[in-house]
Design a protein around this ligand. Structure first.
Ligand code: PMP
Length: 395
């Protein structure tokens, strides 16, 4: 529930500074702190200065459908997708949001109508990102309702399917399923591409769907700025999304947009070796961290008695030019014994994960954030290793 999310957040803040082996290690949320050293290292170069008289208006560009989008951010977003090659931005409207979380809600609003015969069903293949279910159900809307696993959805009539690829929590690559399975053509699709960046998976082409969501949170790690964007083909959908954000927050923080613009420009400069930013490639940096973490995790779990990790496919990445394996942002742990609750097992090690049940699947699964700080990751591995030979994990 949202309450437990808030409690977990508070808990995470409280416990993450403790180093004692007795402290609770909260890895249940997707806080992307692995990026922090990259940005701390050269902090001056990435500073932004905002004067007392800057960015005061509600408006950014009255001529744009999304009138609160800073034009420079729009330009930076197009450049970023061009450099990475992960999405088509031509003939698209950009709608900026307070995180992609707000844009998801804006799309739900844009896809539904108060005069509809019944609430529109919202589905996603299990295991799914648990916030979809929470957000859809939160206000008991008459516009839409959560119907769970897209693979089990059989109703006729209007529906919205969320496709999350690579998928949170299990790292799989996804495609829409309802239309192919049931032939129901009354669906609207939301492509959530929070993790379609080169640190997490091979970039196999520029995504070209009608409604695509992206976020700076998992792209550069600046989750606290709360900046996401939608690439939208249809002008009326972009207008309705803009209307939703106008009603819900009268736009999106200009300070955040300003900082996000700078961050994105620096990332692009780093990759293209432009100007004074001949620094590291952020995506290589992040991929390197994830690659080492996955290797360590696999070594730790290998031959153990209790847990299983799935394997991920390798594909040619157009961004790096190399064969590239998916390195999920999360470990999706599975108990070998179907009857064992994986999150309970972790709790015994003073590790808090996210249980499979709230992601629409079995309690034998649990999700662990691998984008955490190095110290937290090392503690996680230590605690898993300590169980070896004690009958919990052996091998
Ligand atoms: N979609 C997915 C799949 C996510 O994992 C997250 C963040 N955990 C979001 C959306 C929301 O991101 P934001 O910080 O931009 O609201």
């Amino acid at each position: 529930s949202t309450k437990s999310l808030v409690a977990a957040t508070a808990n995470g803040t409280r416990t993450s500074s403790l180093s004692s082996s007795d402290s609770v290690l909260n890895l249940s949320l997707g806080d992307p702190m692995m990026f922090e050293p990259f940005w701390k290292k050269m902090s001056n170069k990435y500073n932004v200065t905002i004067g007392g008289g800057d960015l005061m208006s509600y408006f950014s560009d009255s001529n744009n459908v999304c009138w609160f989008l800073e034009p420079e951010l729009g330009t930076a977003i197009k450049r970023l997708h061009g450099v990475v090659g992960n999405a088509v931005t031509d003939d698209r409207y950009i709608v900026v949001g307070t995180g992609s979380s707000q844009l998801f809600q804006a799309l739900l609003y844009a896809f539904t109508t108060p005069s509809g015969p019944e609430p529109v069903s919202v589905v996603s293949s299990a295991p799914y990102y648990s916030a979809y279910a929470e957000v859809v159900g939160f206000l008991r809307s008459e516009l839409y309702k959560w119907e769970g696993d897209a693979c089990k959805f059989n109703k006729k009539g209007a529906y919205i399917e969320v496709v999350n690829s690579p998928n949170n929590p299990d790292g799989t690559l996804r495609e829409a399923v309802v239309m192919n399975r049931t032939g129901n053509g009354n669906g609207k699709l939301i492509y959530d591409f929070a993790y379609y960046w080169p640190q997490f998976t091979a970039i196999t082409g520029a995504a070209d769907y009608d409604n695509m969501l992206f976020t700076i949170s998992k792209c550069t790690g600046h989750a606290g700025s709360r900046i996401g964007w939608a690439l939208v083909k249809d002008k009326d959908i972009a207008k309705k999304m803009t209307e939703y954000i106008t009603i819900s927050s009268i736009g999106v923080s200009k300070e955040s947009q300003f900082r996000a613009t700078k961050i994105i420009e620096v990332v692009c400069n780093g990759i293209q070796n432009v100007g004074s930013d001949k620094s590291e490639n952020l995506f290589e940096y992040a991929r390197n961290i994830l690659s080492k973490r996955w290797q360590k995790l696999r070594e730790t779990i290998q031959n153990g008695e209790y847990l299983i990790l799935s394997e991920y496919p390798q594909e040619h990445c157009l961004f790096s030019g190399k064969p590239t394996e998916t390195l999920s942002a999360y470990a999706w742990l599975e108990s070998k014994d179907d009857t064992k609750d994986c999150n309970e097992f972790l709790r015994g090690l003073k590790i808090i994960g996210k249980g499979g049940k709230i992601c629409g699947t079995h309690h034998k699964f649990a999700r662990i954030n691998l984008m955490c700080r190095e110290k937290e990751f090392n503690q996680f591995i230590e605690r898993l290793s300590a169980t070896r030979g004690k009958g919990i994990i052996s091998g």
